[in-house]
Design a protein. Sequence first.
Length: 459
Amino acid sequence: MKTDTIAAIATAMASSGIGIIRMSGNEAIEVADKIFFAKNKKSLKDCDSHTIHYGYIMNENEIVDEVLVMLMKAPNSYTREDTIEINCHGGVLVMQKILETVVKYGARPAEPGEFTKRAFLNGRIDLTQAESVIDIINSKNDFALKSSISQLRGAVFFKIQNLREKIIHETAYIESAVDDPEHFSLDGYEEHLDEVISNLKKEIKCLLDTADQGKILKEGIHTVIVGKPNVGKSSLLNVLVGSNRAIVTDVAGTTRDIIEEQVNLNGITLNIIDTAGIHETDDIVEKIGVDRAKEYLENADLILYVIDSSQQLSEEDYHIAKMVQGKKVIILMNKSDLKSKVEKDQLEYVKKISEHVIMISAKDGDGIDKLVTIVYDMFLNGNVTYNDELIITNIRHKNYLSQALESLELVEESIQNHMPEDFYSVDLMHAYETLGFIIGESVEDDLAEEIFSKFCMGK
Ligand code: GDP
């Protein structure tokens, strides 16, 4: 495949130890040879693949930087194309100058993700592996990283391929039987297909069942901390974050705007939003906070409702309780280190709002363990999956899996209604194609190959 040569700065646009400018395409080596002057005076085109060379990048007569150049010849590279990686000093200006130089001598600036896109288009990786690359980069916790690595290694790809093989096997058999009834019998086929479909459905349902957990584990739990001013919301956030980033103060409503923090709790991430406190106010700045807080409440996966247990419940507490009722809420009776003033009937009222009511002290950190346990129970049925079980973390995969399941249900219906066999093929192929979208494959060639190789009619 002939392609133009793309180039980009592959490392962060910030000062650091080293920076990398990457080039890929038919002319990558030629471009590098025009601007790179190796100490050993050799041209890169005459060097072996997977070697590193020391020298200077020159823009005409001007030295741009002292560098190491990594040479990877097609097809043994990330993109399967000739690839050059220039390791330079990690300054933003110097990286930009080198990029400008390679562009001046024939490369074109790459689009975001274009190297990985080429890896996919050139068949080195499938779509799920391509997607895992970005997931690895964006991983926020151990689980997300582990599952992305396993996806990069082809876990999703192999599973989907396996499902598709089972489907195409049946389609190919039906087609063969319709074309050549003498050699391929359909006697008792309905029962056989019914069983195959039922097993396929089970497998897909198992995958779909992992998707909600997958989303939580990958993206984190969108969490909102609510409570009237001074109950200890900022203090709680600080305990969870483990640093003193939020300003903790005695003055009512001083946490004016909304603070968002990511907290890693033994492998799962809470994306926590602390609110300015939900209460009626004339203060405009605070009002912005309050309106947004209400909006966040609507979209939250989890609400942490903080009450000051050293005070009696006030009108405001009841007001907030009503707002969070019916949602996934944990009620935290804070300031457990002080004498509780919450009355019995007030506590009973609170317990009606949520089955999870716990005493904590944001000051001492008491009760935080219990909070973590409850979060695990609520979202992960108490366990975090760290084994090699395949978990669907990608919404695109989830959608296509659901669609494939629907198609298989239609096949089941056709079987129940004793429709002619070629009716099955339509929905089977639909399921096959839909699963193919997950890994980014087309369908026709595969089907042809399968029919002619396995069920060859000429023999
Ligand atoms: P917010 O307005 O809800 O964010 O409340 P803050 O976190 O700013 O806390 C208000 C006041 O309560 C501060 O003086 C905190 O030190 C204090 N506070 C917070 N949590 C506790 C706790 O568990 N015990 C005690 N004794 N004081 C606390």
